[in-house]
Design a protein around this ligand. Structure first.
Ligand code: TIU
Length: 223
C-alpha cells in the first residue's frame, strides 16, 4: 500500500500522507437523519440528508480496509443539560426543545436512542467517538488530544449538515493547522442551496478553509 495519495480535489489536487490522515464523520445521528429527532423539531425535512449515507459508507469501508483512523462525532448534551447553554436550549420555536421527551428518547441527549449514530454507519469498538456540545468538533472535546496522539495532520471530513457542523468543524480544524478535504457527496444539508454554497465557501479563494472532492475521487486516491 502506498503511504502517499493524491486526491483530485478542488481548488487543486492535494497530496496526502495516509498514516497522518483520519476520516472524520460528523453527526450521522438519528436525531438529524430520522423523523422525530432534533432536526425535524427545528422544522426541517430530514429526507434531504439521506443522500450522504451511501457515499460515507463507501469511504468508511475503504478507511476500515486500509486501517485509517476513523473518528465519529455526535452532537448532544448531558441528561442534566449542564453543558447546554440556555441560549441554545431556548432558541427559536422548535416543536420539542433539547431535553424534551420525543419518539427516540429525549431530544439531543447523550445515551438516548435518537442521539446515537445511524445503524448503516455505526462505529466499530476500535473507532473513536467524540461527543460534542457544540456545532464544532473541537470546542469542549478531546479531539485535539486524539489527533495529536495519532499524529494526524489531514482530515477527510463528511457528515451533516454541510453548512452547520461540517463547516464549523472545518473552520476550527483549518485554524488549528489541519488540512481538510471535505467529501462533497458525503455531506448534506436540509437546504440544498446551503449545501452547495457551504462547499463553495470552503474551496473558494484558493481553498480558504480546505479542499473539496467527491467520494469517487477520494476512493480513487485510496486505492
Ligand atoms: N440544524 C442543523 O442544520 N444542524 C445542526 O443543528 N447540527 C449539525 O449540523 N450536526
Amino acid at each position: 500500500k502506498p503511504t502517499l495519495g493524491v486526491i483530485n480535489a478542488e481548488p487543486e489536487p492535494i497530496k496526502l500522507d495516509w498514516p497522518a490522515t483520519a476520516l472524520l464523520i460528523i453527526d450521522m445521528q438519528r436525531d438529524f437523519m430520522e423523523p422525530g429527532g432534533f432536526g425535524e423539531t427545528l422544522g426541517n425535512d430530514v429526507s434531504q440528508l439521506a443522500r450522504a449515507v451511501e457515499p460515507i459508507g463507501a469511504v468508511l469501508k475503504a478507511a476500515r480496509d486500509t486501517g485509517m483512523l476513523v473518528i465519529h462525532t455526535r452532537e448532544g448534551h448531558l441528561p442534566d443539560l449542564s453543558d447546554a447553554p440556555p441560549a441554545k436550549v431556548e432558541r427559536g420555536a422548535p416543536s420539542l426543545r433539547i431535553g424534551d421527551p420525543g419518539p427516540m428518547g429525549r431530544i439531543l441527549i447523550r445515551g438516548e436512542a435518537g442521539h446515537d449514530i445511524i445503524p448503516e454507519l455505526y462505529p466499530l469498538d476500535s473507532e473513536v467517538v467524540i461527543d460534542k456540545p457544540g456545532k464544532g468538533a473541537f470546542y469542549a472535546t478531546e479531539l485535539t488530544d486524539v489527533l495529536e496522539k495519532y499524529g494526524i495532520e489531514n482530515l477527510l471530513v463528511c457528515g451533516v449538515t454541510t453548512e452547520v457542523c461540517v463547516n464549523t468543524t472545518v473552520r476550527e480544524a483549518n485554524d488549528r493547522g489541519y488540512r481538510c478535504v471535505v467529501i462533497s457527496d458525503g455531506c448534506a444539508s436540509y437546504f440544498p442551496e446551503f449545501h452547495e454554497m457551504g462547499l463553495k465557501m470552503i474551496k473558494a479563494q484558493g481553498g480558504i478553509f480546505g479542499w473539496v472532492a467527491d467520494s469517487a475521487a477520494v476512493l480513487e486516491a485510496m486505492k
